[in-house]
Ligand binder design. Structure first.
Ligand SMILES: C[S@@+](CC[C@H](N)C(=O)[O-])C[C@H]1O[C@@H](n2cnc3c(N)ncnc32)[C@H](O)[C@@H]1O
Length: 458
């Protein structure tokens, strides 16, 4: 290297060096940039009116169409896919997509399994997948009884401070809502489940808060919807969708379980998870500080999935280490594997690029924990896939550092890091399909994007 070269190297900022590092790594993979149709498919935008899927809106969900598009674009014979697993299945989009695929292609043997850590989200997914078990006539009369119930009974408000704020819930509305929830709980299964999900789906609309990325924001100007009207609409939609569903979905064949997707351990001891999956299709939590326990806390507490502060804290501790809401205690194991040298060098370059402020240690630990969880998850995925089996992993990159100083914000290219981890574990990384570029507070970076990793077990 010339003297000038050395000086240039010396003057380059750690962020510039990091971006060059990304560019070198990126050249080692096949990058697909041109297919614009994926931009909409990695979001839930188009699905808000789709029968069953609309029963509960999860902003972070992907589209119902994504599964079939990927299978088609990668020329995977549809009949070769018999078992699918989504280890971070949220509200069960991938599993409902599997029911849709089974209906369209007459795949009677297709089986899809999901794992979700958040008990409310798992309940939402499983309730949707069981659409064929609900009797619409019964539901109609139960919903109308619930709406007519005007009894004034004073309810115990769950011990979540948010629920005790008048700018979140009007006390009278909250009391009526809790009275209806008690009445729903006295209805027998299976119809209790869709009624409770309909109830959960209106909790934000009747409140003074809005889900905003990683937080619940109180908005004093927000127009709160009427409880009875919102419930009536939600339940009517559910009843209507049950009659439409057979046109779109095949019954059975898909289930969502409560458990840990990283290690694929299920909480239900009666169900034994067999290996031999042909496809793992998922979107893990992103490295963007979203703590799903926090964002869905109103639904968790109001529906009775969480009853004590201890249960709430315990749930946070069991989640993917993608947020700094709690101090996780599990050790980081990724550093122990020599085969991951490239990954660790890249992680070092990211940490090197971080501003030397008092958040440095926390951020460095947070990144290591996140990619450790990806490493643990990919190891398990390798274990449960058949040889030649596929992975479609949808992931978003993120930006870290002081919000008021754009020049110091560090892009973390999770797609490249996950691709490197997967390759080190022996996966054949077929491509990184860039779905869309993201903009954060007017910061543009070619590494700020949402991608789909397409990988195969060799
Ligand atoms: C990006 S979202 C997935 C959304 C999903 N694809 C959908 O369309 O509904 C990631 C999910 O991972 C869940 N999660 C977090 N930690 C988990 C864990 N340890 N095991 C399983 N799921 C977990 C979150 O609760 C969240 O629902």
């Amino acid at each position: 290297m010339s003297w000038m070269g050395k000086r240039d190297n010396h003057m380059r900022s750690p962020i510039n060096k990091l971006v060059e590092h990304y560019s070198r790594i990126e050249k080692q993979f096949k990058l697909n940039k041109n297919n614009k149709s994926y931009a909409n498919l990695v979001t839930s935008n188009g699905d808000q009116q789709f029968p069953i899927q609309r029963w509960f809106h999860l902003k972070e969900a992907f589209s119902l169409e994504l599964l079939e598009t990927l299978i088609t674009d990668w020329d995977i014979p549809i009949e070769s896919i018999n078992r699918i697993i989504d280890p971070f299945c949220g509200v069960g989009t991938s599993l409902l997509a599997a029911q849709k695929l089974a209906r369209k292609h007459h795949l009677n043997d297709l089986e899809a399994i999901g794992i979700e850590r958040n008990p409310f989200l798992q309940f939402a997914g499983e309730t949707k997948l069981q659409w064929h078990h609900y009797n619409p006539t019964k539901l109609l009369s139960q919903a109308s009884c619930l709406l007519k119930n005007n009894k004034k009974v004073s309810q115990n408000i769950p011990p979540l401070s948010t629920l005790h704020r008048k700018d979140v819930y009007d006390p009278d509305v909250l009391n009526r809502a809790l009275t209806i929830r008690e009445a729903i709980k006295s209805i027998s299964l299976p119809e209790q489940a869709p009624l409770l999900l309909g109830f959960a789906s209106v909790l934000e609309a009747i409140s003074g808060v809005r889900k905003d990325g990683r937080a619940l924001r109180i908005n004093p100007k927000k127009q709160r919807m009427d409880l009875q009207v919102s419930l009536s609409n939600a339940w009517n939609n559910i009843i209507y969708d049950i009659s439409l569903a057979p046109q779109y979905f095949s019954p059975d064949q898909a289930n969502s379980f409560l458990g840990d997707g990283r290690t694929m351990t299920l909480e239900c001891s009666k169900f034994h998870l067999q290996k031999d999956f042909d496809l793992i299709f998922y979107s893990p939590p992103y490295l963007n500080n979203i703590d799903y326990t926090e964002v869905y806390k109103i639904e968790l507490w109001m529906c009775g999935f969480i009853e004590t502060p201890e249960e709430f804290r315990d749930l946070r501790h069991k989640t993917f280490r993608s947020h700094p809401s709690v101090r996780f205690t599990d050790p980081v194991t990724i550093t122990e594997n020599d085969a991951l040298h490239d990954v660790l060098t890249l992680l070092d370059a990211i940490i090197e690029a971080l501003p030397r402020d008092h958040y440095l240690k926390t951020r460095a630990r947070f990144f290591m924990e996140y990619f450790d969880d990806m490493y643990i998850s990919l190891k398990k995925q390798l274990d449960v896939l058949v040889p030649g089996g596929w992975i479609f992993c949808i992931v978003g990159n993120s930006l870290h550092g002081p919000r008021d100083d754009h020049a110091k914000r560090v892009p973390v290219a999770s797609d490249l890091i996950i691709a490197l981890i997967a390759r080190s574990l022996g996966f054949d990384v077929k491509a990184i399909q860039i779905a869309r570029y993201l903009t954060r507070r007017s910061v543009h970076s070619e590494y700020l994007r949402e991608s789909i990793l397409i990988m195969r077990k060799q």
